[in-house]
Design a protein around this ligand. Structure first.
Ligand code: B12
Ligand code: SF4
Length: 521
């Protein structure tokens, strides 16, 4: 639904989603393979949701700067500018603010970075902290009743969140969905766990909030009408509320059957999903192909130390096999630089990669995000570094050079072409044949990247041409990053990643490095 606020006059709102940092995780080096169609990774759910929530009488223009830059005339058109983003986009967020101010336009910033670190945005006119809710209503009222830039910064903080059942369908009509590598949808928000490095519980709460199955299906109708073929559930943990996931899945199955399986799904979940046979069977029937899991480390004592015990509820290799047996290709997040790491940790990680045959992993170096238990502990221990030339803001217990060398070694060895092809070959035997035989799949048009590859199960390849994984892939480790979509990628092109990793040479000049939070301001 839209806001209940009834405005007294019309307004023009320009929503601008800033560029991401070039990185492995956004696959941007692969976009040229899509014949010019793909220009960005995933639609910005948060800002699109806000855009859909605005009063009906207000005009909204939406620019995702990953596809095209907002122009002077866009800024000139607007009465106010809305910006969103992550810490890693801090520089670009501040750049949008500066361009809006150059046209005399007031700017409201919101989303995960301003909500976590409002102090990063001293130039923003309005700060929106938290999710849609009472803070949003006050912001809208302010914009309705005031013109131009306020004399000083104003904060609008959501204390009472809007129930997710009242969230509007994101304003997909304002963007061209097919320009994205993969479409996205949100079912739940929040996570009951408390992994030490993660800011999700602080930002979104520990008691997962949910959309209704009907809402999700309505969104899927719009997404498929806009031409998408793969959809990523952006929930941090698809089984944060296991019962709710179990209730949603039959609706997804029924929708897929009714529509002849037009979509493949990917999501993020904790590894203990492997314990829930019923959910896995339903996911298979619903057309889930890929699951991103925050494995973090194969060392059990390390998992306990970072409060990620949920990964230990069954032997990890067995958990991965169970997921594969349900047709789910696992994508894993790995972290190096934990306090428990020792000289053998890199070997343990590489052994685990070989044994699990997980084809794609995001191998990160630990980075402390503000508002996390990790940040608090390191601050107390005097172990936060603000030296912008380091790969991480963590003062590791191991020597810095040893941690960075172990990290590079893991990336280089995990991504030799031979190793990657070997792991994918394993998937063709142990995962892809277990995918559901969905009615529409056999009849779908040829693969968008390669006409000889089938679209459905089996035609799997990963496409990455990564330039510089050094500076951009740092750790949050858990269930994110989004690779889950790989169900239809196709070429494996990792040699440049290996070159960068083995030479230790950044291809991004230091001045353009996307330091997230923690850089001295
Ligand atoms: C999808 C996703 C991505 C996508 C982004 C796609 C896109 N265009 O948005 C991709 C794959 C690019 C991505 C990458 C990364 N991500 Co990410 N990602 C997510 C994820 C899983 C979902 C985002 C989402 O859609 N949420 C749903 C929407 C509805 O929520 P929302 O954005 O918060 O919006 C709500 C409010 O904040 C508010 N709001 C939002 N914007 C605005 C603006 C205004 C003006 C107002 C009024 C309100 C408002 O209204 C919305 C409705 O309530 C989140 C986790 C999460 N739960 O959000 C992590 C998350 C955003 N990612 C995170 C990180 C760290 C990364 C990486 C750095 C990870 C890495 N190790 O490399 C990379 C960076 C990539 C790069 N090179 O730039 C962190 C950010 C931490 C922070 N506080 O900034 C998060 C929070 C996860 C985490 N804790 O680790 N990510
Ligand atoms: S890392 Fe994943 S499981 Fe852990 S708190 Fe964050 S979202 Fe939840």
């Amino acid at each position: 639904m839209r806001t209940p606020y009834v405005p007294s006059r019309a307004r023009r709102i320009l929503c601008v989603y800033p560029r991401y940092a070039k990185s492995f995780g956004t696959f941007q080096y692969s976009y040229p393979f899509f014949g010019g169609r793909v220009r960005a990774f995933m639609p910005p759910q948060g800002l699109l949701t806000v855009a859909a929530y605005l009063p009906e009488s207000w005009q909204v223009r939406f620019v995702d700067e990953n596809a095209r830059a907002a122009t002077t005339s866009d800024f000139g058109w607007a009465d106010a500018v809305f910006v969103s983003g992550m810490h890693i986009q801090r520089g670009h967020i501040n750049d949008v603010i500066a361009r809006a101010h150059a046209q005399g336009r007031p700017v409201a910033v919101g989303g995960p970075s301003p909500s976590g670190c409002p102090e990063y945005y001293p130039e923003a006119d309005m700060l929106h902290l938290g999710e849609l809710g009472d803070g949003t209503e006050r912001l809208l009222e302010y914009l309705d009743t005031h013109d131009g830039r306020p004399p000083r910064q104003i904060r609008f903080e959501t204390v009472e969140r809007l129930p997710m059942a009242d969230f509007p369908v994101p304003a997909y009509s304002l963007i061209w969905l097919r320009q994205y590598f993969i479409a996205s949808i949100q079912f739940s928000s929040g996570c009951p766990y408390a992994c030490e490095f993660c800011d999700i519980p602080a930002l979104y709460g520990r008691n997962p909030r949910l959309k209704t199955p009907e809402q999700v299906l309505r969104e899927l109708d719009e997404i498929v009408a806009a031409g998408a073929v793969s959809v990523y559930f952006v929930d941090d943990n698809f089984i944060a509320n296991q019962r709710a996931a179990q209730e949603l899945l039959p609706h997804l199955i029924e929708w897929q059957v009714r529509n002849r399986y037009p979509l493949r799904f990917a999501c993020e979940a904790t590894l203990n999903i492997a314990m829930n046979e019923r959910v896995l069977a339903l996911m298979r029937s619903a057309g889930f192909n890929t699951l991103f899991c925050g494995i973090e480390t194969p060392e059990p004592h390390a998992l306990r130390a970072i409060s990620k015990d949920q990964n230990l509820c069954m032997p990890m290799l067995e958990a991965v096999q169970r997921l594969n047996a349900h047709g789910l290709e696992v994508v894993a997040g790995i972290i190096l630089g934990l306090d428990t790491d020792g000289p053998e940790t890199a070997d343990h990680i590489l052994d685990f990669i070989g044994a699990s045959q997980i084809p794609v992993l995001t191998i990160n170096i630990l980075y402390a995000l503000p508002k996390t238990p990790l940040w608090g502990r390191l601050e107390r221990e005097g172990r936060l570094s603000f030296d912008g030339h380091r790969e991480s803001n963590v003062v590791f217990l191991q020597p810095y050079d040893a941690v960075v060398a172990a990290w590079k070694r893991c990336i280089a060895e995990a991504y030799t072409p031979e190793a990657v092809y070997r792991r994918f070959a394993h998937q063709t035997v142990h995962t892809f044949p277990h995918r559901g035989d969905s009615p529409g799949r056999g009849q779908s048009p040829p693969h968008p990247l390669h006409p000889r590859l089938p679209r459905g199960s089996g035609g799997i390849v990963v496409l990455f041409a990564v330039r510089d994984i050094r500076s951009h892939v740092y750790a949050v480790g858990h269930c994110r990053l989004t690779l889950g979509l790989l169900g239809h990628a196709l070429t494996l092109k990792v040699s440049s990643a290996r070159r960068a990793a083995s030479r230790g040479r950044p291809t991004t000049p230091p001045s353009r490095r996307p330091w997230p939070c923690g850089r001295p301001s």
